[in-house]
Design a protein around this ligand. Sequence first.
Ligand code: G4P
Length: 534
Amino acid sequence: MLDTNENRPALPAEIARRRTFAIISHPDAGKTTLTEKFLLFGGAIQMAGQVRAKGEARRTRSDFMQMEKDRGISVSASAMSFDFRNYRFNLVDTPGHSDFSEDTYRTLTAVDAAVMVIDGAKGVESQTQKLFEVCRLRDLPILTFCNKMDRESRDTFEIIDEIQENLAIDVTPASWPIGVGKDFVGCYDLLNDRLELMDRADRNVVADSVEINGLDDPKLKELVPAHLLDQFMEEIEMARELLPVLDPQAVMDGTMTPIWFGSAINSFGVKELMDGIGKYGPEPQPQNADPRVVNPDEKKVSGFVFKVQANMDPKHRDRVAFVRLASGHFSRGMKLTHVRTKKPMAISNPVLFLASDRELAEEAWAGDIIGIPNHGQLRIGDTLTEGEAIKVTGIPSFAPELLQNCRAGDPMKAKHLEKALMQFAEEGAAKVFKPAFGSGFIVGVVGALQFEVLASRIELEYGLPVRFEPSQFTSARWVQGDKTAVDKFINANKQHISHDNDGDVVFLTRLQWDIDRVARDYPDVTLSATKEMM
Ligand code: G4P
């Protein structure tokens, strides 16, 4: 993220009130529950349970979704907008399973901050750690929510230490839990000097919040059982001695994370976290682009596609491109230039994703996420502008880690298979390589589960049973260099050459030795494990 806030004039109010963020967590830490409570407090749903209920309804629509349900993972990502106090929150959902890391990475290019949810009993788990590393690559500000404090959880200092040690980030307590497990009564809000008391009787009731005039206030004694209060006082004293105080700039820089303790299922600590996102989460940030940085307050509209989802509605076979607006004030019907093809596009049916449904977006501002239904023109990494030829950068494509041959069950259906595979490739769900020699396709993914998802989707969405079989290759690298050097390289290595779905040259091999050999023998050619989405 660019650190240009200081020298920028204040953003227009509509942009300044936007907070666009994602939640990162290990499966089961409580991301869904927390999302639901966000929507509840944001007024986007009326009662808890709707997110899940909607999930159920959606899942019954297809076996693919059935598979998603069976495995308990969330394959599809979406964006949700809701208001809270004066803020407009745009929450971008990240797929939870590690097999979808590339998708997740790209999702994180569309947000300005992340909320990290950890389970108070489990601490920093593997998937959280991985996602955190991705956030760190972009210096994203991170706000932490330690969930499930109503259950037996670890010692507060131990949790904070673990985050500091494992993630190498300073942690500052925004709230402090009082009691643990069955004895957990609530939290002291250190930022606002308030006592928040959890109501165990009704999960949807927001906690009692009592203003406290510092830690000597006699109200504390009245409201907190004596044995818990003593321990709490001791801990707070230690915390004040040992832990850093909140430094908003350090949070912005991604070097410090404030931590709130709570229980999502009990609606506890969630509002304080939301206030924290409003106050310490950044407003829409400038976007890296070529040949210049795009600032959110620019008058002209620009945006980029960070995700494409096909067949969201099986009846319509539509594709929705998720666009993060980088600048300006968009209104429905606008004509934007699709920079890659230089063609104008009238954006007549953009959608905003509100919790309960999609809704036509009459207008949107920098920071917002809109969905643009299209027939395949929009691809991941594409930029839309009001005419200027700028291209948003930093949306990479990664070399797949697993390769398999894909064959149609019915050999007469090869053309159909090609169409289906190309569509998934454009969606970013897989890499598809057409070898220069031989027939068929080689499909590359990051995690093995993706093969199953693809096979299942191709069968469902195209009525085409397919088989995945081991490939002779295990690695793919994009070939870069000037044309003469690349042509010479291709001629000498035909058995290893293929083209990806964009037509770019790819070197396939099973040996690291081969990759090293190319570096030695062809100094004018580079083999790369990433490429910028074009
Ligand atoms: P995820 O999206 O991160 O995978 O987690 P999710 O919200 O689905 O929560 C995982 C489980 O943890 C759920 O239980 C959920 O009810 C529970 N949970 C979430 N927040 C809290 C909390 O603050 N305290 C406690 N004690 N539990 C919490 P489940 O049994 O898997 O599902 P369900 O039957 O409750 O729906």
